[in-house]
Write a protein that binds this ligand. Structure first.
Ligand code: SF4
Ligand code: SF4
Length: 57
């Protein structure tokens, strides 16, 4: 997992899921799953309205 989800901030809106080019994000009920296929492109980080995502350094 190379994208960190701040689970106290995430509102589970699903915006990040739809922008991920490799389908690495999955909303499972109230849990945002990040799959290993993430390429660290940062698209989800930019689209999150509450800043809950961060590409791990
Ligand atoms: S865009 Fe942000 S608030 Fe919405 S589901 Fe993704 S991480 Fe959570
Ligand atoms: S950084 Fe890119 S590849 Fe990784 S979860 Fe976000 S949108 Fe998908």
């Amino acid at each position: 997992m190379v994208v960190d989800v701040n689970r106290y901030v995430c509102g589970y809106c699903g915006a990040c899921v739809s922008v991920c080019p490799v389908d690495a994000l999955e909303l499972v009920e109230t849990w945002l799953e990040v799959h290993e296929c993430c390429t660290e492109c940062g698209a989800c980080v930019r689209v999150c309205p509450v800043g809950a995502l961060e590409v791990r350094a």
